[in-house]
Design a protein around this ligand. Structure first.
Ligand code: ADP
Ligand code: MG
Length: 630
């Protein structure tokens, strides 16, 4: 018969610690939350080696009385609630009374604290759950907790930790969220002796965002306030120009807690829907204040999840509030935005074929509406129309037809050509795209700024310049990439960009890949990095935006694969970007493009599998004109 043992209190603590203390970031979270609960207006967090060797949290809050210090480290000892009833009206961040006990069970902890009422403070040392020292000392008001050698007595748990750099980035991520959730508290965050960021605690959320994400993000925010039905939402909504490629920047807090909630995420995204391209997500920082009896935070010890009563109604409220706020913002014309709009329109027109856009971008949409009643359809409007059509991701042939209907009703011949069902080239069949055939090509001209018409023997060839260009660039770039022959272009002055914790972590992880691609990046102090060089093909394209896009992609947890596949992914993106930046084409360039296309192994499809060229035979045309009746 197996004996049933009652575990001793240290063992129980060690087991329970697993729930609360998973990694350095969870320790920091608990300690900072304690500081906030203690009414601190200034909190300093310092970590070394990702928090594995040292975590220090110093606050200027109310402190712990000498007589209470022992209790503070007991499991289920808390000054914040007295009974389960209190859970429904919880306003403090902590309540379980297990953080200090859990941390002390798996690390070497030293706590120094002094309350305003007492003349002296106390120093208390506890290691692996065992009290080591307790002495009266002179100390400033407030509390300092030092956590050394996390998991020193639980080697298997220590093994589960990631590299110090990665653990450090989790802490940085957390600190950013904590700073944004508490704009009234001044935070100082130090990693390995270097100051990472500092916030003033002056209530200015925008300033905090500036400190963490840099000035470009901070300049593209719309203040947001909503208040009704027991919900208050305050914060900042990012304009569509700063939409991101993953969800990491949908940041929200419920009653001061940083929360992950699919319900809230989806509601925000739905509110943004018209402004989000596929695979893009908004940037926003929102504080929700919800009546405490409508939410349940007691779902998980780390308290990242909550339950919200009447979820569907809540979802609807949030979605509508955001939708309306964004719409209202749109109504206010801004000169600088209009300029950008033109610029973007121009650029998107050139890249229409490459973007899978689920809905038109907001400004463009309005433009279409404005111009719909205009009798004279200028070229620019036609282009927008064309873009709009292509946005619907129709098959290419249909797209061509609709555009043709719109433009060229008078020229029946061209229209008829286009309404013919074009046939995609049979790969290699006739070797039409061969260098021998090339000399017989007669370039007739360009259609709709997009297609080049070529007569060849008894065929009309139609080349999609965008697809062809993309293909050529892609192959060129990949070839150089494979041969480690990527050229860099120096940028002068360098582009300085601010990376937050996650981005930095991601960048450092792939620094060599970026370098292999031709990026030259250097630390620039604090959170800033200087991009001094970019891949030659990328020069002139919005390098910074592109760089961020890659980081977002790589930071997406779902991105896994061999280093090689990740490198290819980066290269593919680099290449797509390069194509975007370079779309204007005259006849001479078209000739060159076709020449180069012919040198490729598979010239018939762009990297996304769309055809670069279609053909129509003379026979088909003659049938159409009823010259041949069969
Ligand atoms: P909880 O926060 O859930 O109450 P903890 O184990 O985190 O549990 O803390 C136990 C108790 O120690 C708290 O209830 C609080 O009274 C006290 N305490 C912890 N950290 C601080 C601090 N930084 N300042 C003042 N009191 C603190
Ligand atoms: Mg606590």
């Amino acid at each position: 018969m197996a004996l049933i043992n009652i575990l001793d209190h240290q063992t129980i603590d060690k087991i329970a610690a697993g729930e609360v203390v998973e990694r350095p970031a969870s320790v920091v979270k608990e300690l900072v939350e304690n500081a906030i609960d203690a009414g601190a207006s200034a909190v300093t967090v310092e970590i070394k080696d990702g928090g594995t060797s040292l975590i220090r949290v110093t606050d200027n809050g109310g402190g712990i009385e000498k007589s209470q210090i022992h209790n503070a480290f007991l499991r289920h000892a808390t000054s914040k609630i007295t009974s389960a009833d209190d859970l429904t009206k919880l306003v403090s961040l902590g309540f379980r009374g297990e953080a200090l006990a859990s941390i002390a069970a798996v690390a070497m902890v030293e706590l120094i604290s002094k309350t305003p009422q007492e003349l002296t403070g106390i120093r208390y040392v506890i290691e692996g759950g065992m009290e080591k020292e307790q002495e009266e000392i002179g100390a400033p008001e407030g509390t300092t907790v030092l956590v050394r050698n996390l998991f020193y007595n639980t080697p298997p748990r220590r093994k589960f930790l990631k590299q110090p750099q990665t653990e450090g980035s989790y802490v940085a991520d957390l600190m950013e969220h904590l700073a944004m959730s508490n704009p009234d508290i001044s935070f100082k965050f130090i990693i390995n002796g270097q100051s990472r960021f500092y916030t003033a605690g002056n209530h200015e959320l925008q300033e905090i965002i500036y400190r963490i994400y840099g000035k470009e993000i901070a300049a593209q925010l719309v203040p947001f306030h909503y208040e009704d039905k027991g919900i208050i939402i305050d914060g900042l909504l990012g304009k569509p120009v700063i939409n991101r490629s993953n969800r990491n920047y949908e940041i929200f807090y419920v009653n001061g807690r940083y929360i992950k909630s699919t319900l809230i995420s989806k509601a925000i995204e739905e509110g943004y829907r018209e402004y989000l391209m596929q695979h893009k997500f908004p940037f926003c920082v929102l504080h929700f204040t919800i009546d405490t009896d409508r939410i349940d935070v007691n779902v998980h010890p780390t308290k990242m999840e909550i339950r919200i009563a009447d979820g569907p109604a809540f979802y609807d409220t949030v979605m509508r509030a955001i939708h309306e706020a964004l719409h209202e913002t749109e109504m206010i014309p801004q000169v600088s935005l209009a300029d950008r709009k033109e610029e973007r329109e121009e650029k998107t027109n050139r890249t229409t074929e490459h973007k899978k856009v689920s809905v038109p971008e907001p400004f463009e949409k309005r433009r279409i509406a404005e111009t719909a009643s205009c009798p004279v359809k200028s070229d620019a409007i036609a282009r927008i129309y064309q873009k709009n059509q292509s946005n619907r991701s129709q098959p290419d042939s249909d797209r061509v037809r609709e555009t043709a209907d719109y433009h060229v009703t008078a020229k029946a011949t061209v229209k008829d050509i286009m309404t013919q069902k074009p046939v995609q080239m049979e790969l290699f069949d006739d070797k039409i795209l061969s260098e021998q055939a090339r000399v017989h090509f007669e370039i007739i001209g360009q259609l709709f700024d997009t297609y080049w018409l070529i007569a060849y023997e008894d065929k009309l060839l139609i080349v999609d310049q965008h697809a062809a260009h993309e293909k050529v660039k892609y192959e060129r770039f990949m070839k150089r990439f494979r041969e480690h022959d990527i050229a860099s272009q120096t940028i002068n002055p360098p582009i300085v960009l601010t990376m937050n914790g996650k981005e930095r972590e991601c960048y450092l992880k792939h620094a060599e890949d970026f370098e292999a691609l031709g990026f030259m990046i250097e630390e620039f102090g604090g959170n800033d990095y200087a991009i001094r060089g970019v891949p030659l093909d990328l020069y002139g394209y919005e390098e910074k935006e592109f760089f961020r896009e890659i980081l977002d992609e790589l930071a997406d947890e779902s991105v896994t694969g061999t280093p090689e596949s990740i490198r290819i992914r980066i290269a593919t993106m680099a290449c797509k970007a390069a194509v975007k930046g370079n779309m204007h084409m005259n006849r001479e360039e078209a000739e060159q493009l076709i020449d180069e296309l012919l040198t490729l192994d598979n010239p018939y499809h762009c990297p996304h599998g769309r055809p670069t060229i279609i053909s129509m035979t003379k026979y088909e045309l003659e049938k159409k004109f009823k010259r041949i009746v069969t």
